[in-house]
Write a protein that binds this ligand. Sequence first.
Ligand code: ADP
Length: 207
Amino acid sequence: AIKGFVETLEEEIEESHKHYLDIIKRHTERLINIVQDLLTLSKLEDEKTTLELEDINLNALIEELLKLFKDKINEKGLSVKLDISRKCHLKGDPFKLEQMFINLIDNAIKYTEKGEIRLSAYKTPSNIVITVEDTGIGIPKEHIERIFERFYTVNKSHSRRLGGTGLGLSIVKHIVLLHNGNIEVESQVGKGTKFTITLPIDHSQQS
Ligand code: ADP
């Protein structure tokens, strides 16, 4: 409601006052992001959370998701490289895996000013190995261990300016763990960041 009325006011208000509305709008969007991320995280942390397992074709899922980011990617003049084997099928929760990719791709775009975002996936006998890589600002070594913590950000004001909440990667980690998977990160400041996620093809078959 707040966002809606701010948008209505935008059309009525004098030019000299628009600046204040912009501030209200930005903070409203931030509040919405925080509430949504906290709700997602608390649902994932609920012990009763179960996965709604389906057969997932990663290629189709990622191609569909990338449409959501088309404008942001074009605005920044970034390019996207996809290298996802058509054999990449797994049993997983489609909504949760979508959320995982959304957060990782959103970060890759947010923290990259030029270059490309690369997404790859291949199959091993029992796992699917996925990488999400960018040519962005990178993460200093001393922060790497902490980036999956809730509310942890390398640069608070930078993250806030970009609409970040510091919860995105905690959500990603939860989703990976719920699928009995593993996530690793390699990064070089000024060169880029690479997240590698290993998910079992059928985690219900695992001991
Ligand atoms: P945020 O909402 O701040 O992006 P996240 O939990 O998604 O929070 O990420 C935590 C922090 O990790 C970010 O604030 C940022 O400093 C760093 N980070 C995450 N992804 C990347 C990336 N692809 N490149 C550089 N830094 C990243």
